[in-house]
Design a protein around this ligand. Structure first.
Ligand code: UDP
Length: 317
């Protein structure tokens, strides 16, 4: 722990979101003071209400696509603001592009001005519908820039390019984390992603809506593992992108069957059309993270899913 006068000050954009709020909790537990910024378009104050009255925490309602003013010292900037589920960025394509582009520019400018380290939440979407499996950091991706997911994928690819430029040109101490599918408490029940969708449907005894034939794969990481990897990465002097995720891969059909088994429901699997450009496979190669950070996921799938179900149980009506 740090002496009171030496405690780092971290800015977390998207601080009321799923990942931003968990990151905030971790930073506070590590002895940081946290300034969270969020415009609440997909973030939710319920995720931060437990921090009310915490003197090490401050919340600012602001859209970081506009100029950011933070008085005083800042040591770390974590740029985690963005709609992040396919239905959210379909609903908000322009804010998604703006927060990935203008928001990254503004948060990098803040980091440069304050001589702070900078960490951008990038994504496995940079790999698009990948032609290499599992995905390693040196794969450049297969992204459709003009498809429905393009607004998110290209904004994040731009964000990575901007981040590297600030490192090269302005010598800002930057880090890029490519986040793979993550789940856990504080996901929004209605955000459309497969984890909250299937859990809510199973708890209501409704059919589970499998898109396509369910043969597409994803690899799900529990949120505490993800945050641990991100925190460790932020403390290194490594500047290239790093995958953080859980390599345990499964098909969406298998995922649906697991949810049915764990919840013990009779819900059928109901097949729906596959959304345009839905990636067919996704699995992180985490060799780099293991070597660089001594990190790997610890939470078993069933344990993480049970914790997530417990969170959703009281929220499903
Ligand atoms: N999916 C599904 N049913 C749903 C929601 C999603 O079958 O109700 C599928 C979706 O088509 C994709 C996978 O589950 O193949 C993961 O979707 P999600 O939106 O969670 O994240 P993505 O990895 O596509 O960004």
């Amino acid at each position: 722990m740090f002496p009171k006068s030496k405690r780092p000050i971290s800015v977390v954009t998207g601080g009321a979101g799923f990942l931003g709020s968990h990151l905030t909790d971790r930073l506070l537990a590590e002895g940081h003071r946290v300034i969270a910024i969020d415009n609440l378009i997909t973030g939710n104050t319920a995720n931060i209400e437990h921090l009310a009255g915490n003197e090490d925490y401050k919340f600012i309602k602001h859209d970081v696509s506009n100029y950011i003013f933070v008085p005083g010292e800042v040591n770390h900037v974590f740029h985690f603001a963005s709609p992040a589920s396919p239905i959210d960025y379909l609903k908000f394509p322009i804010p998604t592009l703006k927060v990935g582009a203008l928001g990254t520019h503004n948060t990098l400018g803040l980091a440069k001005d304050k001589k702070a380290t900078f960490i951008i939440a990038s994504t496995s979407e940079c790999y698009g519908d990948p032609l290499i499996h599992p995905q390693r950091e040196d794969y450049w991706g297969n992204v459709n820039p003009v498809g429905p997911r393009g607004c998110y994928d290209e904004a994040k690819r731009f964000a990575e390019a901007m981040t590297r430029a600030y490192h090269r040109y302005h010598a800002v101490d930057t880090h890029i984390v490519r986040i793979f599918n993550t789940y856990g408490p504080r996901m929004r029940l209605e955000d459309g992603r497969v984890v909250p969708a299937f859990i809510a449907q199973a708890l209501r005894n409704e059919p589970l809506t499998v898109f396509g034939d369910g043969s597409q794969t994803r690899s799900f990481c529990y949120v505490s593992d993800l945050i641990d990897g991100i925190f460790k990465l932020s403390m290194t002097d490594y500047h290239e992108p790093v995958n953080i995720g859980n390599p345990r891969e499964m098909t969406i059909k298998q995922f649906g069957e697991e949810i049915r088994r764990i919840i013990g429901t009779n819900s059928e699997l109901e097949y729906r059309p596959l959304p345009v450009d839905d990636p067919k496979v996704r699995q992180p190669d985490i060799t780099l993270a293991k070597k660089l950070l001594g990190w790997e996921p610890k939470v078993a799938f069933e344990e993480g899913i049970v914790r997530t179900i417990d969170y959703f149980r009281s929220r499903v009506t």
